[in-house]
Design a protein around this ligand. Structure first.
Ligand SMILES: [Zn+2]
Length: 526
């Protein structure tokens, strides 16, 4: 006990004498170093985070929303939370549409040489109904005049639909961690209008895309081929733009994204007027019976303030070519582990702590939006539900496996001095930075949209953008165990502080009702 009193004293002194930033703010937070000690000890000495990660990826991955894999992974998560003694473990259904899963994919070049092809079907596209053999042809359609060029010439053909690109060498390492200078820069107030993280609209291009899609179907192509960014075996694959999850919606042809080097070999062979024959056997299943998707929820009940809630969350769904390891089994595993740490250590929680694992994030933050609408408020009319006043805060992880280096404050100035003090015990782990900036594209936005304090952590990039984000190489081997353990400890501690401080986290002014945006039809998120 005496030791901790000394530590607490040292902590307060460092606040008074240490950081100019901190010196500007009154010391409001009383960090319970005993609890943080227990949390660190459990999370760093007896961590389960990598075991959870391996189940979500190696055993159940990938987890495309609504797919059998997703639903089995959801059963695993619920069973595990119950084994840990969590309460109120359940799923909440919401309308999503049909789901999809690839069951078999074989692609080969047969002539003039036989070689295997690395590639993946795009999500929500049909298969080939058994093995199909056909010629490869180049048919690039950029405007209306191109339709006439290829009309009647593509039946049973594998269509190279985009022009081959250069594949530059990699002179920079794919992995990166924030440097101190980069973190200082990130902490600066952005110029007006920047850092809003808005999304471009695809309005005009979508009409032409729909026309092109129908043309491929009318032509009876075997499959439409393209390539992605990435090389050296890494292929980035999602669903076709504007794809419908309505069984009665517009049809799609079979579509495959090939490894760029394999696409290049076919392209250059055809360029020499040498015919190329390919064979593909693609078995994709559509699931129309249950068109609902499910969020997974669990709790650790609070004590004297149990009717108020601190929420943590991450999206549970992933794209389909890898096992969804960094996106976003990493966030899901860290949040599950944080619940395990808080439960196992038995640290006192005044407020209830609730985890939400969301589906449909990759299709437009669908699961978290549905949850917020059902429990707190609908951003379209901003009529607040009783639970809105009871939420102390929401924390999200969805930037890969990298170490937490700080927090995006989402424009919430008032929370800065609080988080500054909560970060203190983790400075020695590299967590140093607050930025007033917004960060976009993931589930904390669903909370922010109805005026609830929702935050995403700043994380080291590692190989997120360069290698794993929505790729076939998003697999367990890309996960950094030390980062994951530390992230679970940091999240547990932030949640502990939020559950026990006297007041809920400060909020920004309530936003005005927002008219519905054209969401939910295949727009990719983080
Ligand atoms: Zn994500």
């Amino acid at each position: 006990m005496k030791l901790h009193r000394t530590l607490a004293l040292t902590f307060f002194l460092s606040l008074l004498v240490g950081l100019p930033l901190a010196a500007q703010w009154a010391v409001t937070e009383k960090p319970d170093l005993d609890a943080i000690y227990k949390i660190k000890d459990e999370g760093l000495q007896r961590s389960k985070v990598m075991e959870i990660e391996s189940y979500l990826t190696d055993v159940y991955g990938p987890r495309l929303t609504g797919s059998p894999n997703y639903n089995e992974a959801a059963d695993y998560a619920q069973k595990t939370m119950k084994e840990w003694g969590l309460a109120n473990v359940h799923t909440e259904a919401w309308p999503f549409g049909r789901s999809w899963q690839n069951q078999r994919f074989v692609a080969l070049a047969l002539t003039p040489r036989a070689y295997p092809l690395i590639g993946y079907p795009k999500a929500w596209t049909p298969g080939t109904n058994g093995p199909v053999t056909g010629e490869a042809v180049v048919a690039i359609i950029n405007d209306d005049s191109d339709f006439a060029t290829f009309k009647g010439k593509l039946r049973g053909k594998f269509v190279l639909s985009v022009a081959m690109r250069d594949v530059p060498a990699h002179f920079e390492a794919p992995g990166h961690r924030y440097t101190d200078a980069e973190l200082v820069d990130l902490s600066k107030q952005p110029e007006a209008g920047r850092g809003r993280g808005g999304r471009g609209n695809f309005g005009g291009a979508q009409d032409f895309n729909r026309k092109k899609t129908q043309f491929w179907i009318d032509e009876g192509v075997a499959a439409v081929l393209d390539f992605s960014r990435g090389d050296g075996g890494t292929v980035f694959v999602q669903s076709p733009q504007g794809v419908s999850r309505d069984p009665k919606g517009p049809a799609q042809p079979a579509q495959v994204t090939l490894e760029v080097e394999h696409y290049g070999r076919i392209w250059r062979t055809l360029d020499k007027k040498i015919p190329v024959t390919l064979q593909m056997d693609i078995d994709n299943k559509f699931f129309d019976a249950d068109q609902n998707a499910h969020n997974i929820v669990g709790e650790i009940p609070g004590s004297d303030n149990a009717d108020e809630v601190v929420m943590i969350g991450a999206h549970f769904d992933s794209w389909h070519s890898g096992t969804g390891a960094t996106d976003n089994a990493a966030g899901s595993a860290v949040m599950l582990e944080a619940m395990r740490i808080l439960k196992t250590t038995g640290v006192k929680l005044r407020r209830t702590v609730r985890i939400g694992l969301w589906g449909g994030e990759e299709q437009g933050l669908l699961g978290s939006r549905e949850y917020v609408k059902a429990h707190f408020a609908d951003p379209e009319n901003m009529q607040l539900k009783p639970e809105h006043a009871k939420l102390a805060g929401y924390f999200n992880v969805d930037n890969g496996t990298g170490l937490i280096r700080g927090v995006y404050l989402q424009g919430n100035e008032a929370v800065a001095p609080i988080f500054q003090q909560w970060m203190e015990p983790f400075k020695n782990m590299g967590m140093t930075t607050l930025t007033i900036r917004n960060t976009g594209g993931t589930d904390h936005l669903s909370y922010d949209a109805v005026g609830l304090p929702g935050f995403q952590f700043i994380q080291d990039e590692v190989e997120y953008d360069s290698r794993t984000h929505h790729s076939n190489m998003d697999v367990y081997e890309r996960i950094q165990p030390n980062d994951m353990m530390r992230n679970a400890v940091i999240v547990s501690s932030f949640v502990y502080n939020a559950a026990n401080r006297d007041d809920k986290l400060p909020r920004k002014p309530l936003p005005k009702p927002q008219p519905p945006a054209g969401r939910g039809r295949g727009t990719a998120q983080q």
